[in-house]
Design a protein around this ligand. Structure first.
Ligand code: RB5
Length: 153
């Protein structure tokens, strides 16, 4: 799977580790920066990752900032993006199976690298349960919400 990967300075160290971890699992990385520890603004990198996923230049995206929260808020502003902040493997698996989350957000200052690797593995192995009516119905309601408020407050 091609994974768009981005981070601000708070997520830079974890992003660096993911750059080698993901190919080790057989995935291709679309590196969207930041590529150094200098201060960077998380919305810029969340935007790059979210846009790459929304435009189907990558199948899924991962954004890392200090807490994961800012990246998640920003990524969710891009239509077509369902970003989830996951710091446990249960949420990482379920957010794909139930919610079809296509961008994973991580807090580089919250989780250690080994837990982050487990979270990423659980998230990447999960598939949306598209045959189950209740999950499709709920996803369609989320999509309708996005459409309803796309151009108005
Ligand atoms: C940067 O200091 C920090 O605010 C950012 O990485 C992130 O945690 C925001 O949610």
């Amino acid at each position: 799977m091609k994974i768009a990967l981005g981070a601000d300075h708070g997520g830079y160290e974890l992003k660096k580790l993911l750059e080698t971890f993901l190919p080790g699992l057989g995935h291709e990385v679309l590196n969207l920066g930041v590529d150094g520890p200098e201060p960077a603004d998380y919305p810029d990198y969340a935007r790059k990752v979210a846009v790459a996923v929304a435009r189907k230049e990558a199948a899924r995206g991962i954004v890392v900032c200090g807490s994961g929260v800012g990246a998640c808020v920003a990524a969710n502003k891009v239509p077509g993006i369902r970003a989830g902040l996951c710091h446990d493997t249960y949420s990482a698996r379920q957010c794909v199976e139930h919610d079809d989350v296509n961008v994973l957000c991580l807090g580089g200052r919250v989780v250690g690298s080994e837990l982050a690797f487990e979270i990423v593995k659980a998230w990447l192995s999960a598939k949306f349960r598209s045959q189950e009516e209740r999950y499709v119905r709920r996803l369609n309601k989320v999509l309708a919400l996005e459409k309803e408020f796309l151009s108005k407050p």
